[in-house]
Design a protein around this ligand. Structure first.
Ligand code: BYC
Ligand code: FE
Ligand code: FE
Length: 474
């Protein structure tokens, strides 16, 4: 499954055998580059960045590292190897051979899933485009750009499917993916979290941790899809996603480590004046990014989710490891929902509760990562502990929407919520404090005051390597 880099669009799908498709994608390519130049990393398009590029989709050695100017990155189309015997593992078509073409009866909802997935990718690049100017180190700057170019490639992954399998409407959707803009009132991105701001690096690390992690769970569910090209493209995307999650978790972990160091050194929890970020502020950022990411799983009870599953288009997390009939015709699932001012458990048909089941898997993953962050604090001998807020906290989608739920899971009145909101979510003052610390640090091997250096560099290189060269002058 070697990747052909001799063509204008690198690919491992024999693109040159399909001239029509190749031409269609080659005419989308300059529009993508126009978008990248307009909405991609602001100020760094001429810099040389130590990036990895896929050379093969095999588990071993898919990455090649070298200095690249981002607009010259070789974005391409990479699918994992096909399994000719693959069968649909769930839903009404269970046991039938996986589809190599779009099943006509499910065309509309399949297209919508692909467009929704595709829309998040450029959105995240837009949200992060201004961050280069305030990077805490060249190491972090390079990681930001690595994530950005790979999100750009994820857009290519979905655009390939739209062009290859959905004809004219697919091509129109592919244009739409370049037209919507994160946070723009008249033409916003589709999902809520992708229209929020990512104003500073703490926010970026939280986003990469919590929001990219939604990506991991959604991609894993789409990797189960009976539509084989979607499954194969998502499988390769997941290998890229692992690095994004590393950037997020390790980034937040290094902020925590530095805060602990300053707290011990100055014997106070208020470390802003010493150049650190209070753990209390870290907790509020966590509350924000976790809650908007929980919304990305959709409503607890969803007929859309039931339809996606029954149609064989979107499975559950690790569908094939689950031991049931893979139809969910008679199963139930326990969810939490508000009822008469309290939060109660309720047995619901498992088929309509699929979003909540995926959210549960995600929450368990977030709990494991949280324990690793708390271990850093514990190992410094401090008593502070971070926590995930209740799943009903600050929700805009689903059963908890419109309610005011505290991080501990109490439903409170609106006045009480307003009075206490600044204890739970970043206040203007918190954001200003964090913003005031975001002074760029670009000397190789140096790090901003608010973050600890990483344990090791990229690709076995030293931490002090010049990961980005040719920075903009200013
Ligand atoms: N914001 O039945 P419901 C990633 C809409 S992240 C706004 O509750 P459903 C990445 C919903 O569209 C992974 N609207 O939900 C991470 C529907 O609208 P319509 C992205 C929302 O459909 C970092 C209505 O509410 N991938 O890759 O079961 C960086 C009722 O829908 C939201 C995917 O999302 C929201 N949060 O599930 C870069 C996978 N939630 O139809 C990249 C594909 C729901 O009434 N998408 N709505 O107009 C899906 O599987 C589903 O669309 C969702 C929603 C899970 C998102
Ligand atoms: Fe992505
Ligand atoms: Fe990602």
């Amino acid at each position: 499954m070697a990747i052909n880099y001799a063509e204008r669009i690198p690919n491992n799908v024999n693109l040159s055998d399909d001239r029509r498709l190749q031409r269609a994608l080659e005419s989308w390519q300059p529009k993508f580059l126009e978008w990248w130049n307009e909405m991609g990393p602001d100020g760094f398009q001429a810099s040389d960045v130590y990036l990895r590029t896929a050379i093969s989709v095999d588990a071993k050695g898919w990455a090649n590292f070298g200095y690249v100017k981002m607009p010259e990155y070789r974005w391409g189309i990479f699918l994992t190897q096909a399994d000719p015997n693959r069968k649909i593992a769930f839903g009404e078509h269970k046991g039938q051979p996986a589809w190599q073409e779009v099943p006509g009866e499910h065309r509309g909802i399949l297209r919508r899933l692909i467009v929704t997935q595709g829309d998040t990718e450029p959105a995240s690049v837009e949200q992060q485009r201004h961050l280069g100017r305030t990077c805490p180190s060249l190491y972090d700057l390079r990681n930001l750009f690595q994530v950005n170019v790979e999100e750009g490639r994820h857009l290519w992954a979905m655009v390939y499917l739209l062009h290859a399998y959905f004809g004219r409407d697919g091509r129109e959707e592919a244009e739409g993916l370049l037209r919507r803009r994160s946070g723009q009132a008249d033409n916003p991105r589709i999902l809520g979290a992708f229209n929020e701001r990512t104003p500073d690096w703490l926010s970026f690390f939280m986003f990469a941790h919590f929001t990219d992690r939604d990506g991991k769970y959604q991609l894993a569910s789409l990797a189960e899809s009976g539509f084989d090209p979607l499954s194969r493209t998502c499988r390769f995307m997941l290998t890229e996603e692992a690095h994004h999650l590393f950037v997020g978790e390790a980034g937040v972990g290094r902020v925590i480590a530095r805060s602990c160091e300053l707290m011990k050194q100055h014997k106070t929890e208020r470390i802003g004046e010493y150049g650190g970020i209070d753990l209390e502020i870290v907790q509020k950022y966590l509350n924000f990014h976790y809650s908007v990411s929980l919304d990305l799983f959709g409503s607890e009870l969803s007929t859309n989710a039931a339809n996606y599953f029954s149609a064989g288009l979107k499975g559950r997390y690790k569908e094939e490891d689950l031991e049931d009939d893979h139809l969910l015709s008679a199963n139930s699932y326990r969810i939490l929902k508000p009822s008469h001012g309290k939060i109660v458990t309720s047995e619901e048909p498992a088929l309509t509760a699929l979003n909540e089941a995926l959210r549960d898997a995600y929450i368990a993953d977030c709990e494991r990562a949280l324990a690793r962050w708390n271990r850093i604090i514990q190992d410094s001998g401090l008593d502070f502990r971070l926590a995930l807020p209740h799943r009903g906290f600050h929700r805009a989608i689903g059963e908890f929407r419109g309610l005011h739920v505290t991080p501990q899971g109490q439903i409170v009145s609106e006045p009480e919520w307003r009075a206490r909101k600044a204890d739970w979510l970043p206040s203007d003052a918190d954001r200003e404090l964090v913003a005031s610390l975001m002074k760029p640090v670009t000397a190789p091997g140096k790090f901003a005051s608010w973050i600890a250096p990483p344990a090791r560099g990229i690709n076995l290189q030293p931490v002090e390597m010049e990961y980005v060269r040719n920075l903009p002058a200013n």
